[in-house]
Design a protein around this ligand. Structure first.
Ligand code: E4P
Length: 214
């Protein structure tokens, strides 16, 4: 299970990169918009200089022609840029079209296993099922990862499953057990994951015992 950071915030990326745990970064238009005033291209290039691994940059066109145009432009920014397109029929066309130029795609906003199967058939490098947003509707989002994983295994597909819309540390573990290859996580979830009261109590006790020996 690889860990990607789901953010466009350079301070968060710098900090998580310093932990030595990052295999990539995903961004989306909402995350880019949060970085007020920053230029999209500069953010993506800066991220690519901080993290070695795929950096997802999302298109905003609704038609395949526009997605392909944007994707070809973003791919010029850095060799590690992966183009994010939505799980729509236009998105499939864009994946197929960008593959002709050897450009990798992350098919995002995936909410059912057939979207995932068709994305893979079109040539997607990554598929992004949105776990948290499914949970929000009262349905178990993790089941989608299980189904995609089973379908991909049955069909011998090597598109990588990227668990997205991760809301808490347990989602990371469950995604791995359900067959995801990668979890893309908000920085706060990674911080939360490394916090345990028994770790803190243990450190305190060790330090107290160490001091009492002098
Ligand atoms: C993934 O690539 C998306 O950017 C992200 O995981 C969306 O998560 P959200 O549902 O928390 O917005």
């Amino acid at each position: 299970m690889e860990i990607y950071l789901d953010t466009a915030n350079l301070n968060e990326i710098r900090e998580a990169a310093s932990w030595g745990i990052l295999s990539g970064v995903t961004t989306n238009p909402t995350l880019i918009a949060r970085e007020k005033g920053a230029d999209f291209k500069s953010i993506i290039q800066e991220i690519a200089s901080l993290v070695e691994g795929p950096i997802s940059a999302e298109t905003t066109s609704l038609d395949a022609e526009g997605m392909i145009r944007e994707g070809r432009e973003f791919a010029e920014w850095h060799p590690n840029v992966v183009i994010k397109v939505p799980s729509t029929t236009e998105g499939l066309k864009a994946v197929h079209g960008l593959a002709q130029h050897d450009i990798y795609c992350n098919v995002t906003l995936c909410f059912n296993p057939v979207q995932a199967l068709l994305a893979a058939r079109a040539g997607a490098f990554l598929i992004s099922p949105f776990i948290g947003r499914i949970d929000d509707t009262g349905i178990d989002g993790m089941n989608l990862i299980r189904e995609i994983s089973a379908v991909y295994e049955q069909a011998d597909i090597d598109t990588r499953i990227l668990a997205a819309s991760i809301r808490h540390p347990r989602h990371i573990v469950e995604s791995a057990l359900a067959g995801a290859d990668i979890a893309t996580c908000p920085f706060s979830v990674l911080q939360q994951a490394m916090k345990h009261p028994l770790t803190d109590i243990g450190i305190e006790r060790f330090l107290a015992d160490w001091k009492s020996r002098q």
